[in-house]
Structure formats: C-alpha cells, structure tokens
Write a protein that binds this ligand. Sequence first.
Ligand code: SF4
Length: 295
Amino acid sequence: MNSYVCTLCPRQCGARRTETENTTGYCGMPAQPVLARAALHYGEEPCIRGTCGSGTVFFSGCSLGCVYCQNTPISHGRQGKPVTTERLADIFRELEAAGAHNINLVNPTHYAVSVRKALKLYKPSIPVVYNTSGYERTETLHMLDGLVDVYLPDCKYVDSQLSATLSGAPEYFLYTSAAILEMARQTGPVVLDEAGMMTKGTMVRHLVLPGHTKNSLAVLDWLATIKDSVWVSLMFQYTPCGDLTGHKELQRPLTRRECEKVWQYMECLGITEGYVQELGSTGTTMIPAFDLTGV
Ligand code: SF4
C-alpha cells in the first residue's frame, strides 16, 4: 500500500495519504491519481498543441485552489476516477500511439510521487510537459529532474495580498519564483523542432485578471529579469467561473484596455519570446468535457 505523510506542495500540510484516502489534507486527494480526462487537446499554445493535438491528462483536485478556476468541477469538485500507476503509464502509451505531439500533465503537483513512478515505468519518446499552477516546492521538482522535458508553469501573482485573497497562498510568489528558476535550470533554454514544436524548455504563463493589471505588470517585471531563460505566454482568456461571491471585479471578462495595457508593458520590457493570446479569447470553448474520456 502506497501511504505517506505528504509535504509535496508548499502547503506541506503533513496529511497521511493512502491509495484511496486523504481526509485531512488541504487538497483532499488520495495518493492514487484521480483523472478527469485523457485525450488529444487543442487549447494550448501552438508549440504545444501543434496540428495533431497535445496528449492531455487532466488530474483532479488541486493544492492551490483559486476562486476563479476555470476547471472548477475537477479542481474544487474533485470529480474523476482513480487509476493505478500502471494504468497511468498505459495512458501515456495510448496517447502517444494516438499521435499526440507530447504528454501534457495538467495540474499533477499533488500526484508527483505517482507521476514519477509512471514515468519510470514508461517514458514516452515524445516530450513530457508538466503543466502547473507554479505553486511548487523545489524539493518536489528535484524528483522529476530528467523525466520532464517541458515545464509549463503559471506565474499568477507577485502581490502577496492578492494571492492570499484569491488562492489562499500569501507566499505564492516566494515558492513559484524559486520553482520557475529550478524548472529553467532543469530544462535549459527553449528548443523547438523543425515543425516548431517545443521539445525542451520552460514557458511561463500569466493569466491577466480583471481589475488586477497592477499585479500583472509586477509579474512581467520579474519575468523580464529571466527572459533569456524562459518563454512567456500572456493570456487574456479569463472567463468568470466558480463562486465569485465577494470578488466583484472578477465577475466580468477583461476589457480591451486592460489587455492592451499589459501587452504594451510586456513589449516595453523587451519580452519577445513566447506568445500573446488574441484579444477577446474569453469564453468556455477551451474547457473540455470532464467526462472520463480516455481514463
Ligand atoms: S499535496 Fe495535498 S496533502 Fe500534500 S502537502 Fe499539498 S495539500 Fe497537503
């Protein structure tokens, strides 16, 4: 029986996680991975989705828990099906055989032990992408050194009051900035293949939030200091989701003025490697059905 006292994420809540239970941990998830979907997905950046799609594995539960999460049914609602480590490795095989450009692990932080075991059982010949909120411990990332080819972390906040209010994590930037430096160290600079697909490197995503452009500019200030080591993906797809009671500013999409302000600032800082999402990308069309496809 796989059972341990968990300190995988910065919460370090010390919950005892067994294969099937975690009643006391912040994330509330068992040691055994719970999945909501495993399928080709076309909602990522062009160098990740390509023409054939990214082999995306959506993990259920979350150790961060943002109030505005677009995947609320699986992050807060924890919907999904438990799978063994062997089954997780088989899913990697199946997605690879289906023609995926990569294996894209979405929000795997709280299952890092099982992810590592599954990748030891079967390391795909296509790149493995670790797609995370950025709220990571460097000690946990060390376990994945050599197994992950591409890191796709968020950098959501510099403002500690904002990260406390919206994600219950006042120390978000402290952990995430250290984690991103470790990710960049592991992967080295971004490498694209002849088809323009990312095979190595770290690309940091920042989702602009309505009413919080000041925080976005601070995030970009920091990213400018590491722009030779990472790519940046600036995202405008914010769509009001979840229970936003008490967060009036989040109950509307971004305005064009907010998007342009942040985009122009990014240009002024000379951050040129990466992507800027199309203005008006709001909506729920990029959220797939969490119906256990491929699980
Ligand atoms: S992964 Fe979950 S159980 Fe482990 S420390 Fe983080 S919140 Fe606690």
